[in-house]
Design a protein around this ligand. Structure first.
Ligand code: MN
Length: 241
């Protein structure tokens, strides 16, 4: 038996190929896991649990078909996922970060955006959007207003990404060491950066492993973890598992 982790699918009505691969993945791969984790940005945008659409219903119904313990964490795109979503899908919302024991090993789960401390402009936006007052304010607006806000935020973010140096958009190595030390874990699993890889964390103060999940675009990615090993796997989106 194994635990399966995914993140950064950025599910969107405009990408039926990814939606189809996701449904297939849930039914054929995730369904056999002992536990299933989504570490943020399942959706390209989540306007709120009150946003009813055929697309959202398909995704929620697909998730609700899973019967093992399932967990979801906010990403920077779907931070408005809340209690109704969890009730409808049977998923438990995990705080970011979550310090937990997986197969007897202490492990830290994060979305990953909070590790990108080199990007000060983004960190400020993050603080604002994660503020409960801001979120309450957003949710009091109409769905049309929220959609307009999300579109503006995405185009600002795209422009910022184009104008920023590559290393600023990645995690800060010092912040990685700091959080792993603070939480006393040898394993960190996160997404967000769209740079799937398994890294040795090897500073003077700390040694451990950092697994970065991949985003779903031309390929889909997942991490499979069991008692003795882990593997970071990919498949072609057009040829689902
Ligand atoms: Mn993200």
């Amino acid at each position: 038996m194994s635990y399966i982790f995914i993140s950064d699918l950025h599910l969107d009505e405009q990408r039926p190929d990814i939606t189809q691969a996701f449904v297939h993945f849930i039914n054929n791969k995730a369904a056999s896991a002992e536990r299933f984790f989504i570490l943020g940005d399942l959706f390209e945008v989540w306007l709120g649990d009150d946003h009813a659409s055929d697309f959202n219903k398909l995704i929620k119904d697909t998730l609700a078909s899973l019967t093992m313990p399932c967990y979801i964490m906010h990403g920077n795109r779907d931070f408005l996922i809340s209690v109704d979503f969890c009730r409808e899908t049977g998923f438990e919302l995990l705080p970011d970060p979550t310090n937990t024991i997986l197969f007897d090993k202490p492990c830290l789960l994060m979305h990953g955006d909070s590790l990108c401390t080199g990007d000060q402009q983004y960190m400020e936006v993050r603080r604002l959007l994660r503020n409960p007052d801001t979120q309450r304010d957003l949710l009091s607006q109409s769905l049309e207003e929220r959609a307009a806000f999300a579109n503006r935020a995405r185009s600002t973010s795209r422009q910022h990404t184009r104008e920023s140096a590559m290393d600023i958009m990645d995690v800060s190595p010092d912040e990685v060491t700091r959080v792993m030390q603070e939480h006393d874990v040898k394993l960190l699993i996160h997404g967000h950066t769209h740079r799937p890889c398994i890294h040795d964390v090897n500073s003077e103060e700390y040694k451990g492993t950092r697994i970065v999940l991949g985003d779903w675009d031309k390929k889909g990615w997942y991490l499979e973890l069991d008692q003795t090993s882990y593997s970071l796997n990919s498949f072609d989106i057009g040829t689902p598992l």
